[in-house]
Design a protein around this ligand. Sequence first.
Ligand code: NDP
Length: 479
Amino acid sequence: MSAQPAASLWIDGAPTEGQGAVLAVRYPYTGEVIATLLEATPAQVAQACAAAAAAQPAWAALRPVDRARVLSRAAAIIRDRAEDLARLETLDTGKPIQETRVADWPSGADALEYFAGLGPTLTGQMIPLGDDWAYTRREALGVVAAIGAWNYPSQIACWKAAPALIMGNAVVFKPSEETPLGALQLAAILAEAGLPPGLFNVVQGGGAVGAALVGDARVAKVSLTGSVPTGRRVYAAAAEGMRHVTMELGGKSPLIVFDDASLDDAVGAAMLGNFYSSGQVCSNGTRVFVQRGLHDAFLARLAERVSTIVSGDPLDERTQFGPIVSPAQAGRIRAAIAAGQAEGARLVCGGPGQGAFVPPTVLADATDAMTVATDEIFGPVMTVLAFDTEAEAIARANATIYGLAAGVFTRDLARAHRVVAALQAGTCWINAYNLTPVEMPFGATKMSGLGRENSAAAIEAYSQVKTVYVGMGAVDAPY
Ligand code: NDP
């Protein structure tokens, strides 16, 4: 099986071979090498930033509809090639084809379509000041350094590229070294759709390449999807150059299930919010607080339904659950499960698994202080915690450094709204979980990050306001 791209990087509108270290890309299900890339050297990172800086002013000077047309065409190409792209995403990430067909590139195409539609509608303000007046211009930031995680590589690339490009910026994207292939496809698709050279570049490599990109003097904004420790480092580096940032980081999100919830809906949402993409989802509701009256029935139904999950070959369309992205990550997940058991949590189902597979795992009888309830695992591990009162659930849900997402299941709608108002999270769901349509803002609070992706809110993150005061009369100087 080969997924070898034409070249490892994409710089100034053309596939460009890297000149750095070798990067072997493996299909997580078999471990087979499907592509061999070469990382970007610091000089190539600089070359990508220079190409972006050179191309950006002319792009920003276009009419928004002209930029939008490119994004719309790119979305149409993605939809036309949906099956090939889904297959490539599965090879890159190991996620089941039944997921990559509906979630990854389709969500990326949604973003391109949404921002193509929104961009041309944006205008500035006119501010009357007596005889004088002022107006505002919403301007591009310049060069955006975008850095992705490995769980949704193509979706992340599109979610960052679409708002950045529609606002007149140029992008240099660094995918995770685990999943470097999708961003190269996006670069080729955007070029085919008519994007001029230099506006979307891809550099490959690990943290050092990311750091070189963030530190390039031409970069005006950094958008990172990654873990909290990386976010702290990247935010600090960006601050050196007073760069704008968007930080989409990790979480340990609460999903609160009250006694009156629909049992099957709550169990289904908890499974989706822990086992989709083998649990490698930032917003997962990994702390499932279940009210005492429903607790035992919830666990019984959960164990029953988890036992029916079909795991196996990600390219088989019946497969619902695939491998973890890398053996190293699978090892970290296993260590977290073992630590939870050592601390006294009860293994309801799942467990360590073997090779790249960690099965859907549920730990019960957990307490808030256990590491399985405090630390992000980024794998298919659900921790179930019992609670008695609404106030208790809110306090315990908020007792974390993270603030990415939260969910509430109840048939009492007044309670649902009261509880989400009290939860410290950027994105909340009521009687649903982990749905992130492009129309709604997605982002975090507390240590899980800042800034918003998707929706009109993302426009703020990829542009800046210039104010222009217009004097209409004589200048009244006291000197
Ligand atoms: P990491 O934080 O390890 O890496 C994220 C990206 O940053 C990678 O491309 C990585 O490169 C790069 N990087 C690492 N160090 C630096 C540095 N010093 N300067 C610049 N770039 C750097 O995250 P993972 O890839 O392991 O992804 C999992 C994490 O991402 C989880 O915490 C998850 O919650 C979070 N995430 C958040 C989302 C959100 O929207 N809030 C969505 C998806 C994931 P490389 O890995 O190639 O070395």
